[in-house]
Design a binder for this molecule. Sequence first.
Ligand SMILES: [Zn+2]
Ligand SMILES: [Zn+2]
Length: 339
Amino acid sequence: MASKIQPKQANAPRTLIGWQGVRFTLPAEWNITGFSMERDNGYLKVDSPGTMFVQIKWSSPNVRKPITLGDWIVRLWRLFRPAPPGEEKIPDIRQMLESFLKQTEKQARKEKKPFESKIKPETIEANGERIAHHFTWSGQGQGQGKIWYCKTCRRVVIAQVVGQKKDHLADIASEMFGSLCDHPQEGWATWALYDMVAGVPEDFSLKSQKLMSGYLKLEFERRAERIVIERWGLANVVRKKFSLEEWLDTTYPTHSTRSEKQAAIVQEHAGWIAHGRVRSPLDWMRAMRDALFSLRPATRYAVCVWECEETNKIYGIQVWHNVRTKGLLEEVMARCECH
Ligand SMILES: [Zn+2]
Ligand SMILES: [Zn+2]
């Protein structure tokens, strides 16, 4: 089971933010307000209840793109003129930072504000994993941040706390950078937002999302396999009409009466789990369609629901997987922290 968030100080609740393998903590009541769907080149914005916000952008300049005809020609050329084996190509992060700060300066100039920025010398951090430059700027507000290259995931990440002149950015920046992890851990990516913390195998990618005040949904896929995590608010209202078992049957009719359904304890709460084969014609069609591109269609289905009384929420997790994948629902369930 994933560990609970450890508050830095007693009586100071923290919120965990996790998106596309990037995770960090901020004070409570900070919330994600902007994001991109892509994994390799992404963006995240988290707003404070006041005037401060956090921005993170990442890119993967060394990730291989799909091979084009041009690439084949280059490869053939190299067969005859092999290039000497080189070291890992480390992107010029200082230059990237300078162009980022130029953009910020342009914005300040537009608003007729004086602009100043400072880039600190390169540092090596996290036992040599990261090459970094810290920076600060002031103009249209002020910012404090860092750009770095991670040797493990080969991402370039630029993250900053932005605020007005009156804001104390240093505390927020030190908390964010002290807790920030820029790639999945032990094969699992943390997805954390709006007080929901979920873990999904890192090779599943985000396919769709719905983030509404009373309803959250994150859908992931790995070739033909899928994971869907949902959360509903106002559980007490729902539960006046339905038992949890009825909720399972009406919300997820995909699980047939022939699947094995049983009561279970999920995250210390009473819940229901069902395992079975894919039954509905729509799911069969989907499994067959996906099988055209994958030798292993997702013919197995599992679902669980539970109610978290502490937070007045109902959670539902569905997985469609192939016969070789074992225990996927249970693993995801154990990492879905509700309170
Ligand atoms: Zn990394
Ligand atoms: Zn709970």
